[in-house]
Ligand binder design. Structure first.
Ligand code: ADP
Ligand code: MG
Length: 565
């Protein structure tokens, strides 16, 4: 089976690329959406019925016919009373619809973030994603989903009122249609006025979030180097930028609203004058005039509401598009092989790799036999970690091949590969959770197995010092752990992974020599596991336990065993 990993979530599922839009997100929330539309229609049907009752009761009152009034009154009262609880129900459904669609938006976003290629995720910075899930999602909730409920309400109210006018006196439309046409034309012309400032505001907000994250992450440095003043000054400027744009948007919106109200007020007033003349001439009854005046203003009111709701809806579309772009993977690759486990060897042949403008590897070659233990050494910045990143599939080589037995690594399915790959990275991430979950990474593990890796990684002392032992909760991403303790947790994780390839990046850097050697010996005893250990700490006691030592330098990898030949 061939699968293409590319831009969209749906492409992963269906195999072809389809563009996601906000409209499709609405459809994903179809249950509350249909419930809402249905309820709005029922409300309109009740309103139409009520109009006829009002017309009849009015005309009966003018004619002094109490019999008709008394006959019509009970149903009329029941309908009027029913409208209040129904409106409450409608607000509830509207809120439910907004909540549901907004939740879908965020869940979908987060899910797709985890489909990003690791290198592409890192290169675009975390703050942008946080901004999308917080600020931008909130903007979309407020300006798209909430306004969409206004659109639904307005459209049903519009057609409800239209139905009343047509059934009571359709000739009214001769005067109503041109007026509406003019109103719509005006709205269309002014609709684009808010798009630009809205996008600008979003970009300011993004900068603001990025800056907030950076300043708070650098809390210690800020305090100890007394940078508070500078940070606060920058913050002031940034929040002022955001507010200024917000104010400009409000100002333009208010201006448009006022213009619209003026035009519609004039239409209703003019209609009323024509209607009064028609009553005087005996062409229509008072009841009909009353119902028509109410219906015409109920026809214009939705248009006004639409004129308020549509500009924000249109203005936030670019924000959604930006969010989508954020989620796209530029690199697409053909994946077709599931990883059965290492059988013979891993090899790098003529591998070259550059970071943008930074050459790292140049035609590098290396071989790692199954079950072999390899120590990788070399000057800082020579590319040791990069070799491990290539083997972790964070990047593909620019030239040359990385082969796992007979398959190219880039053609091997990432999920199945990661299942058998154990990673001990330089930067160890600690979850705000129990020590147990930090070791097991939320997987089910037998107590026996857990205990054995705890001992192997030398974690007994840490656990004994904690009142709740394994259930002790680590906070603030492990701020209360020493570097050595974090390293031990990482080693325990690596041991639990039951992998057949283990990649270690400076695992012992923050451990004392004695502990380091003890742990290293344990790792080197894992018979079936192929171990690549990047380390600048080389112990004479453990050095000989390695099958080979590789030196990374000047873009090349040189094996000790080759040198002696
Ligand atoms: P080592 O682990 O041997 O110290 P690395 O493999 O981490 O070296 O880095 C090799 C070179 O690539 C260094 O010059 C480093 O500055 C650069 N480098 C590492 N990571 C990145 C990155 N994500 N983007 C750009 N340059 C990088
Ligand atoms: Mg490194």
């Amino acid at each position: 089976m061939t699968r293409i990993i590319n831009n969209t979530q749906s492409s992963l599922e269906s195999g072809k690329k389809t563009k996601m839009t906000l409209g499709k997100i609405l459809l994903l929330a179809w249950q509350p959406l249909f419930l809402l539309i249905g309820s709005e229609i029922i409300l309109q049907l009740v309103s139409i019925t009520l109009s006829f009752y009002i017309k009849d009761i009015f005309d009966a009152a003018v004619a002094g016919n109490t019999e008709i009034i008394i006959a019509k009154a009970p149903t009329f009262i029941i309908l009027v009373c029913g409208i209040f609880p129904f409106n409450t129900w409608l607000s509830y459904i509207r809120a439910m619809f907004v909540k549901k669609s907004s939740t879908i938006l965020k869940q979908r976003y987060l899910k797709r973030v985890f489909n990003k290629n690791i290198n592409e995720f890192q290169s675009s910075g975390i703050a942008g994603y946080i901004n999308d899930i917080t600020n931008n999602s909130n903007t979309l909730e407020e300006k798209y989903f909430q306004q969409m409920t206004v659109v639904i309400m307005s459209v049903t109210a519009f057609f409800g009122s239209l139905a009343i006018i047509i059934s009571v006196k359709w000739q009214t439309l001769i005067f109503v249609v041109p007026s509406l046409g003019f109103l719509l034309f005006f709205m269309y012309k002014t609709g684009n006025l808010l798009k630009k400032p809205e996008l600008k505001k979003a970009s300011y907000l993004k900068e603001y979030t990025r800056y907030a994250k950076e300043s708070l992450s650098a809390f210690r440095i800020v305090k100890s180097f007394q940078l508070e003043k500078r940070i606060l000054r920058d913050f002031d400027q940034r929040s002022k930028d955001v507010q200024d744009k917000g104010y400009e948007i409000e100002k333009r919106a208010t201006y448009l609203q006022a213009m619209n109200q003026l035009i519609s007020g004039a239409v209703v007033l003019f209609g009323l004058l024509v209607g009064v003349r028609a009553v005087a001439a005996g062409a229509v009854s008072i009841g009909v005039l009353f119902v028509l005046v109410v219906a015409v203003s109920n026809l214009i009111h939705p248009i006004l509401m639409l004129s308020d709701a549509l500009p924000p809806i249109r203005s936030v579309e670019p924000i959604f598009e930006k969010m989508e772009q954020h989620l796209e993977n530029q690199q697409t690759q053909k994946i077709n092989k599931s990883y059965p486990g290492l059988k013979h060897q891993i090899s790098l042949s003529d591998v070259s790799f550059d970071y943008p403008d930074i050459p790292v590897l140049k035609n590098a070659n290396a071989k790692f036999k199954k079950g072999g233990k390899y120590l990788i050494i070399g000057p800082s910045g020579s590319g040791k970690s990069t070799i491990l990143r290539l083997l972790r599939k964070y990047f593909n080589p620019d030239h040359g091949k990385i082969m796992i037995d007979d398959s190219q690594l880039k053609e091997i399915d990432t999920d199945s590969y990661y299942q058998k790959l154990s990673n001990i990275e330089q930067n160890i991430f600690i979850f705000d959770d129990t020590i147990r979950n930090n070791i097991t990474l939320f997987k089910d593990v037998s107590e026996e197995k857990l205990q054995s890796v705890i001992t192997a990684a030398g974690l007994d002392n840490l656990l004994n010092s904690r009142t709740d032992g394994l259930d002790d909760i680590l906070v603030n991403n492990g701020a209360d752990l020493s570097g050595g303790e974090k390293a031990r947790i990482a080693i325990a994780r690596g041991l639990l992974a039951e992998a057949d390839i283990m990649l270690l990046d400076e695992p012992f850097a923050s451990l004392d020599d004695k502990t380091a050697q003890k742990i290293e010996q344990k790792l080197l005893n894992l018979s079936d596991v192929t171990i690549l250990n990047v380390s600048h700490v080389v112990f004479n006691t453990t050095k000989n336990l390695y099958d080979d030592i590789l030196l990374v330098k000047n873009g090349q990898i040189r094996a000790k065993s080759e040198e002696s030949k």
